[in-house]
Design a protein around this ligand. Structure first.
Ligand code: TRP
Length: 333
């Protein structure tokens, strides 16, 4: 019998930044679930990264747990993938330090997200500057070759590639260059109909909110600003309520047509959207509640995930130690 070919390794990092919303789900989580069947997939909740913005220990631990529950509920299966908490594997931070010694400060300083985050008022800490170096370590420590991320992460991935090249030049070819995998999921706009749906823009539809909360949020969504009276024809191409219907039923063209011809009103189109969102996520919401009722479950999943990936990371770190001269474990060859 022949051994099955080793599957390519995929890694993504997820910030524990609050309740998962439609943008997270459609833009990333659906893709994570699909990838776990085809690849050796590792998903890391990046709590070390979160320290750059979350400064309350109890809150960070809570956000981390909630994110694990969200990811399990949408369909990540710990038997198929490894779901890990970055800080359970502190070698991520160790490798990040080692990478720091090969990364010119200018590379970190010119990262566009560094400038953007400072403009958004994030504290300008060493951690913020170093953020993409830790990200490179997250990927390289498992020699992951593919990284499913949003387009906003393109610069980080380019930097990850430069970092592993710089390391390999100095110490020999230890790390593969990771490739980003951009999903073709469309950008999901928020309830304001203007900006990308995101926690910081405060325009999200949380997928696990109680049904009445979803109804309230959807009812307040901004639609076509030029459709003022019920009898005015609408423009579904600029109405985000109409656009979101695409994801929740095959009849979205009829729905859009109803708006265009003023056969239907915004209120009923919103009501329908809210009910469809609620129904779509109902089984996941129920699964999440079931999982949350077992207080030890999240830590068990994380412990199993860490145990699964630890041998991979230890093999890499042994090579890194040997090449760099760090520690007694470097005494190979
Ligand atoms: N920077 C990513 C984000 O903000 C999170 C992240 C951390 C990540 N480490 C990673 C993504 C490794 C992909 C691979 O979304």
């Amino acid at each position: 019998m022949t051994e099955p070919a080793a599957r390519e390794r995929v890694l993504s990092g997820i910030q524990p930044s609050g309740a998962s919303h439609l943008g997270n789900y459609l833009g990333a989580q659906v893709n994570y679930v699909a990838l776990q069947d085809q690849f050796d997939a590792i998903y890391a909740i990046v709590d070390f990264h979160a320290l750059t913005t979350v400064h309350d220990g109890a809150l960070l631990r809570k956000l981390t747990h909630e994110m694990v529950l969200d990811l399990l509920a949408v369909g990540l299966d710990p038997k198929k993938c490894a779901l890990i908490r970055q800080s359970d594997l502190p070698e991520h931070a160790e490798l990040s330090w080692i990478f720091n010694t090969v990364v010119p400060v200018a590379w970190a300083e010119r990262t566009p997200t560094y400038k953007e985050k400072r403009e958004d008022g994030v504290e300008n800490s060493m951690g913020l500057l170093d953020y993409p170096v830790l990200q490179a370590a997250d990927i390289a420590i498992y020699k992951a070759s593919r990284v499913p991320v949003g387009k906003d992460q393109a610069a980080h991935l380019e930097l990850s590639r430069e970092i592993v090249r710089a390391f390999n030049r100095r110490y020999g070819p230890i790390f593969p260059e990771p490739q980003p995998v951009f999903s073709d999921a469309p950008v999901v706009l928020g309830t304001d109909g203007q900006k990308k749906m995101s926690k910081s823009a405060n325009n999200t539809i949380p997928i696990f909110a109680e049904p009445d909360e979803v109804r309230r949020i959807v009812q307040k969504m901004v639609t076509d600003p030029l459709r003022i009276k019920r009898t005015d024809p609408g423009r579904p191409e600029v109405c985000n309520v109409c656009q979101l219907h695409r994801f929740f039923g095959s009849d979205y063209l009829q729905i859009q047509d109803g708006e265009r011809t003023a056969r239907t009103g915004c209120v009923e189109t919103k009501q329908l959207l809210a009910e469809r969102i609620i129904e779509f996520f109902r089984p996941m919401r129920e699964e999440r509640a079931r999982l949350a009722a077992d207080p030890g479950h999240v830590e068990e999943v994380l412990a199993a995930g860490a145990a699964k990936v630890r041998p991979i990371l230890e093999a890499t770190m042994a090579e890194v130690h040997a090449a760099t001269g760090i520690g007694p474990r470097g005494a190979i060859g």
